[in-house]
Design a protein around this ligand. Structure first.
Ligand code: DGL
Length: 268
């Protein structure tokens, strides 16, 4: 039965566990297979051609694990090649850009939205296109904030160094009087407290995970793919490298331990 197959989620690394956390809450019956490309992270600094090549391999890996649908948790991949994945593979695939754009448009009252992400995400212009498609009136201030990724991985999200870096990156956003900031990267939800302080809590901070999972739920229901079973769902985590600090970083994103972790070889 297709309904009982797992959902596939992939990211360049472990940050996509923010999506798994939201899945556990909103779709608690679903089994999950997660793939994190820890051997090749970061993607946000790489070219569209390389990101596309990696994303194709990751999708194929999850399809070989018999998933019924794929959530591309990585904003860099979703920005650069979601349409290529959809054209290549014959199963529902959802990215994080459209759900995030939708949430930001809903949240903004003064129609001035800031978007931050990796270089690959911001250079692609994907968020601007998605937001403009929903509302032509919105002014967008986009900025690549690549240093946020290693800061979060180092566990420094809430320390004075992150505050100073965030203040420098976000100065233009304050000048431009945005009222909503879209977090266009898997890692940034962990910086919410620091970022809020910079805007003195006057800006709405939008993260795409909840909206992405709500859309996933709608797609599953529409295609009669939602798991209605009552058994305890399973979660399997495949990583392309078992890095020394994966479990500590994973805990930070997931809010609980990663139990079933396997080393994945993409050439298998
Ligand atoms: N997962 C990536 C993203 O959301 C961030 C880390 C990376 O650069 O690979 O864009």
């Amino acid at each position: 039965m297709n309904r009982t197959k797992p959902l596939g989620v992939f990211d360049s690394g472990i940050g996509g566990l923010t999506i798994v956390k939201a899945l556990k809450k909103i779709l608690p019956n679903e089994d999950i297979v997660y793939f994190g490309d820890t051997a090749r992270v970061p993607y946000g600094t790489k070219s569209p051609a390389t990101i596309t090549q990696f994303a194709m391999q990751n999708t194929k890996f999850l399809i070989d694990r018999n998933v019924k649908m794929i959530i591309v948790a990585c904003h860099s991949v979703s920005s650069v090649c979601l349409d290529d994945l959809k054209k290549t593979f014959d199963l529902p695939i959802i990215g994080v850009i459209e759900p995030g754009a939708k949430a930001a448009v809903k949240a903004s009252k003064n129609k001035r939205v800031g978007v931050i992400g990796t270089r690959a995400t911001i250079l692609s212009g994907a968020y601007e296109r998605a937001i403009k498609k929903l509302s032509k009136e919105i002014e967008i201030v986009a900025k690549a904030t690549p240093l946020f990724v290693p800061l979060v991985e180092e566990g420094w999200a809430n320390n004075p160094i992150s505050y100073l870096i965030a203040k420098t990156y976000l100065a233009t956003m304050i000048q431009e009087k945005i009222d909503t900031l879209l977090l266009g990267c898997t890692h940034y939800p962990l910086l919410k407290t620091t970022i809020s302080k910079i805007f003195r809590n006057r800006v709405k901070i939008v993260d795409a995970s909840a909206e992405t999972v709500l859309e996933t739920k709608a797609i599953l229901e529409k295609n009669n793919l939602n798991n209605t079973g009552k058994k305890k769902p399973s979660m399997r985590f495949y990583l392309s490298d078992i890095t020394p600090n994966f479990s500590e970083i994973g805990q930070r994103f997931l809010g609980s331990n990663l139990d079933e972790v396997f080393r994945a070889s993409l050439s298998e």
